[in-house]
Design a binder for this molecule. Structure first.
Ligand code: GUN
Length: 285
C-alpha cells in the first residue's frame, strides 16, 4: 500500500488560522502590532522568493512586516549598523537576515549581532545554547516544523529510532538535539557525508529525516517498510522542485511520507510567525 502523505500545506493553513486569532487578541491588548523585519542583501533569486512568501504569510495572520533591502556589494559594517538599528527599534519584534549573505560578509558575525530576544530564526549562539539545555526562548523554524508535522499527525517519537541525514546548523544538528530531549524521547542517529554504509543505517529508522540538499538522494532500498519519511530538501532541477527523497520510489515502501513541495516547507514558514508573535509578547510584557 502506498505511503500516506503528510500534508504540510493544509496543516500550515490550519495553524495560520489559529495564529490569526492570537495576533488579533494581542493587538487588542497591546498598543503595538507584532512586526517582523526581514533583511535581504543582494538579489539571490531563491532568497527573493523566500522573503516574498514570508511577508505574505505575515500579512495573512495580521503580523506587520518590513523589508530592508541592501545592495549586493554592501559591507559587513553596513549590515551590522542596520541590525543595531533594528535591535533598538521599539517597533520591531523579530529580525531575520535572509541567508546566504554575500561572500564579503561573515554569517557568524551577522547572526551573533541580532539581539537574542529578536532572533526569530533562533540562530544566535545564545539561543542555540538555550536549545541544547532544553530551555529555549525560540525554536529553530525547520526543526520545529518537522516536529509539529509529526505531532499533529499523531506520529509519536517516544522510544523510536530517528535517523537524520545531514548535520547542518539549521536543520540536522538542532533536530538531533530536540528529538533526543525529554518529551520527544527518541533514540537519534545523526548521519553525514562520512557515515559508512549509509543505507544500512537509514534502513534502521522508524522515522527518517533527510536534509542534505541532494535531489532524490534517498531511494526505496534505503527505507524500512512502513517507516515515516520526512523530506526537508528543496532542490531546483530541470524537472522542477524536488526533495532529497526519491518520492515515486519511496512512497511504495514508506508508511508516511512528506511531499515536496507542500510538506515541511509551509511549516517552516508558519513557525517563523509563531516565533514573531512570541517575540512581540516577550518584548511588550
Ligand atoms: N536561508 C535558508 N533557510 C533560511 C532560514 O531558515 N532563515 C534564514 N534567515 N535564511 C535562510
Amino acid at each position: 500500500m502506498p505511503a500516506l502523505l503528510l500534508d504540510g500545506k493544509s496543516l500550515a493553513r490550519q495553524i495560520r488560522a489559529e495564529l490569526r486569532e492570537e495576533v488579533a487578541d494581542f493587538i487588542e491588548n497591546n498598543v503595538t502590532i507584532p512586526t517582523l523585519a526581514a533583511v535581504l542583501v543582494g538579489n539571490d533569486p531563491a532568497s527573493e522568493v523566500y522573503v516574498r512568501f514570508k511577508r505574505r504569510d505575515c500579512e495573512e495572520v495580521g503580523i506587520r512586516s518590513q523589508l530592508h533591502r541592501m545592495p549586493e556589494e554592501s559591507t559587513q559594517e553596513e549590515l551590522l549598523a542596520l541590525i543595531a538599528k533594528l535591535n533598538k527599534s521599539d517597533e520591531v519584534h523579530g529580525i531575520l537576515v535572509q541567508l546566504p549573505v554575500p561572500d564579503q560578509i561573515r554569517t557568524e558575525r551577522v547572526l551573533e549581532a541580532i539581539s537574542p530576544l529578536k532572533d526569530v530564526d533562533a540562530f544566535h549562539p545564545e539561543n542555540v545554547g538555550r536549545l541544547v539545555q532544553n530551555r529555549p526562548v525560540y525554536l529553530p523554524c525547520t526543526p520545529h516544523g518537522c516536529l509539529e508535522l509529526l505531532k499533529r499527525n499523531d506520529i509519536s517519537t517516544v522510544g523510536k529510532h530517528v535517523v537524520i541525514v545531514g548535520r547542518s546548523d539549521i536543520v540536522g544538528k538542532p533536530l538531533s538535539i530536540m528529538l533526543a530531549q525529554r518529551g520527544a524521547d527518541a533514540t537519534v542517529t545523526l548521519c553525514h557525508s562520512r557515515t559508512q554504509d549509509l543505507p544500512a543505517v537509514t534502513r534502521l529508522a522508524d522515522i527518517l529525516i533527510v536534509a542534505i540538499g541532494r535531489p532524490k538522494f534517498v531511494t526505496a532500498d534505503m527505507v524500512k517498510p512502513g517507516a515515516t519519511v520526512i523530506d526537508v530538501g528543496i532542490n531546483r532541477t530541470d524537472g522542477g522542485l524536488v526533495g532529497d527523497v526519491d518520492f515515486d520510489g519511496v512512497k511504495e515502501v514508506a508508511g508516511h511520507l512528506t511531499p515536496v513541495p507542500g510538506g515541511v516547507g509551509p511549516l517552516t514558514r508558519v513557525m517563523l510567525l509563531v516565533n514573531t508573535l512570541a517575540a512581540a509578547r516577550r518584548l511588550e510584557n
